[in-house]
Design a protein around this ligand. Structure first.
Ligand code: ATP
Ligand code: MG
Ligand code: MG
Length: 529
């Protein structure tokens, strides 16, 4: 068969994978279960999934659970749920912890072959030696001593905690990551899967190349800041005589005004700056979904960046603009008037309004196939006072979808106005066109929320502490009177409130009364930062 027969069409910007053969490609996404997935992880998993599908190969999702101090079952569960949200279906789910015994055996082989040694040099001194390219005084311990100290480390004793295993690579290397990296260290915290079976764990640098090779990964995709580690990764596979795996670098994704690191995101959660990992201000998968991203748009946006190797600082505006393209035409229109800023317009000649007077209007003016809805009509309507303020007696205004009203009385001070429908007037002509809502016992109350970034600096420089750049002014909310039709919205439904924007329903209407309002989150329109 020819490769082109099985390849899906290219997503713009996505490169080929070097040396990739159809049906044989195996990629992997290796999240550490130490936090929830963020938008950067989404890029990593979507790219891996994309290449696996494109070459009709396999995608492994591997929980990289080698550090029990940071990892939790809760995070693991959340990652599985978030992958489902991203519509990623792994072919295989594995755990680095399933390979602990195997990795340990490889580590002991390295010791026996003189390719690794035990070291109790204190951390700071070890760092200094690395900088000075100076061998550790323990580098030439005998195999017997190395095995003895390895056992001591594994015993979990305080004495053993001082020892770690280091790969005997090259302290003279210009590449710092080759200077005898740490491969195994003690940790007596119980592991969320293996419990207290092990008291020492392999580092990522040792575990990753071994497990990638053992699991049959053909292409390991890594962000380009790992480039320096490629040499070390290959060294490990050679040293343990495992099949070499190709590395394919891709650009880390960063966003302006945003921190993307689990450690920092955890800080926001623990210090109450957000309501949880699914906070709509958060760059987590859950956060952006709650803020109103559509998964199709998210995928298109991320795959559109492709596997390019240039590190990019993304703008949220482009992300949300992509979203708007996807959802705008699918979102029914509603009207709502702000409670605080509402004006009252009394219209003298509404034909015989009663409790059952309605206007039939399209849910979406451009797409009549989306259906119709009824809008209550009466003599008294609410509009935004900002729309009517300054209006002159005699001026004609347009109530959208209803008609043209000629103002007969105007009082900006009380926001009370009077008028009458102008027969046969062209609703396109008046300068002032406004949304409106009839006074009605059926109107319901909504709370509208708008969110902003958590960080007030576009890009933090090296050495700057994100805690010094917290944007405290990141939330605005208001109450609005809404069309009774809004009552039927379900959680996650997306609507447009005319002349305000797109909103996602975060909490459904609970009835009359304080606290039972429907909660709607404004979806950024891509026009602001
Ligand atoms: P964080 O810095 O947020 O803790 P991490 O790299 O330590 O991220 P992992 O769970 O180890 O978290 O990451 C899983 C995969 O996601 C890795 O392959 C990593 O390269 C990738 N990844 C993490 N952050 C980004 C990002 N901002 N852009 C692209 N890929 C990322
Ligand atoms: Mg990591
Ligand atoms: Mg990281």
């Amino acid at each position: 068969f020819a490769a082109k027969d099985v390849l899906e069409p290219l997503v713009s910007g996505c490169h080929m994978l070097e040396g990739a053969l159809p049906y044989e490609v195996c990629t992997r996404f290796p999240p550490e279960p130490s936090g929830y997935l963020h938008i950067g992880h989404a890029k990593a998993v979507l790219l891996n999934d994309y290449f696996a599908r494109r070459y009709k190969g396999k995608l492994i999702v591997r929980f990289d659970d080698t550090n029990p101090s940071k990892e939790k079952e809760e995070y693991q569960q959340a990652i599985i749920e978030d992958l489902a949200k991203l519509e990623v279906v792994p072919d295989i789910v594995t755990y680095t912890s399933d390979y602990f015994e195997q990795i340990r055996e490889y580590a002991l082989d390295l010791v026996r072959e003189g390719k690794a040694f035990m070291d109790d040099t204190p951390q700071e001194a070890m760092q200094a030696e690395r900088m000075a390219r100076q061998n550790s005084s323990r580098r030439d311990l005998s195999v017997e001593d190395n095995l003895k100290y390895f056992a001591l480390m594994e015993s979990g004793s305080a004495e053993g905690a001082k020892w770690c295993l280091r790969l005997k690579v090259n302290m003279q290397s210009v590449n710092g990551t080759m200077r005898d990296p740490v491969a195994f260290r003690q940790n007596t915290t119980p592991h969320h899967r293996s419990g207290d079976k092990y008291k020492a764990y392999p580092t990522y640098d040792l575990a990753c190349p071994i497990v990638d090779s053992v699991e049959g990964v053909t292409h390991a995709l890594r962000t380009t800041e790992y480039n320096d580690r490629d040499e070390q990764y290959a060294w490990v596979q050679n040293a343990v005589r495992l099949r070499r795996v190709r590395i394919h670098g891709f650009a880390r994704m960063n966003f302006m005004y945003t921190e993307l690191s689990k450690r920092k995101l955890t800080w926001f959660v623990e210090n109450g700056h957000v309501t949880g990992w699914d906070d709509p201000r958060f760059p987590t998968v859950r956060g952006v979904v709650r803020r109103g991203i559509n998964i199709t748009a998210l995928k298109r946006y991320i795959l559109g960046q492709g596997a390019s190797r240039n590190i990019t600082l993304m703008q949220w505006s482009k992300f949300w603009a992509e979203n708007k393209k996807e959802i705008d035409d699918k979102s029914p229109r509603f009207m709502a008037i702000s409670e605080e800023g509402k004006a009252t317009l009394t219209i003298s000649n509404v034909p015989a309004p009663d409790a059952n007077s309605f206007l039939t209007t399209d849910c979406h003016p451009k797409f009549p196939e989306m259906g119709k809805r009824l809008m209550k009509i009466s003599n008294t309507v609410y509009t935004e006072s900002s729309d009517l303020s300054g209006v002159q007696v005699g001026e004609e205004i347009t109530l959208m979808r209803w008609g043209v009203v000629k103002i007969t009385k105007a009082d900006d001070a009380t926001s009370m106005y009077e008028g009458e429908f102008a027969k046969d007037a062209d609703p396109k002509l008046p300068k002032r066109k406004m949304t409106w809502l009839s006074e009605s016992a059926q109107n319901i109350r909504a709370e509208l929320f708008e969110f902003d970034n958590l960080i007030n600096k576009e890009k933090l420089e090296e050495g700057e502490d994100f805690k010094d750049f917290i944007n405290e002014d990141n939330l605005a909310s208001m109450f609005a009177v809404c069309d009774a039709n809004i009552k039927n919205l379900k959680k996650d439904d997306v609507i447009q409130i005319e002349r305000r924007g797109l909103y996602r329903c975060d909490k459904v209407y609970g009835g009359k009364g304080e606290g039972k309002e429907i909660k709607l989150f404004m979806i950024p329109d891509g026009k602001t930062k």
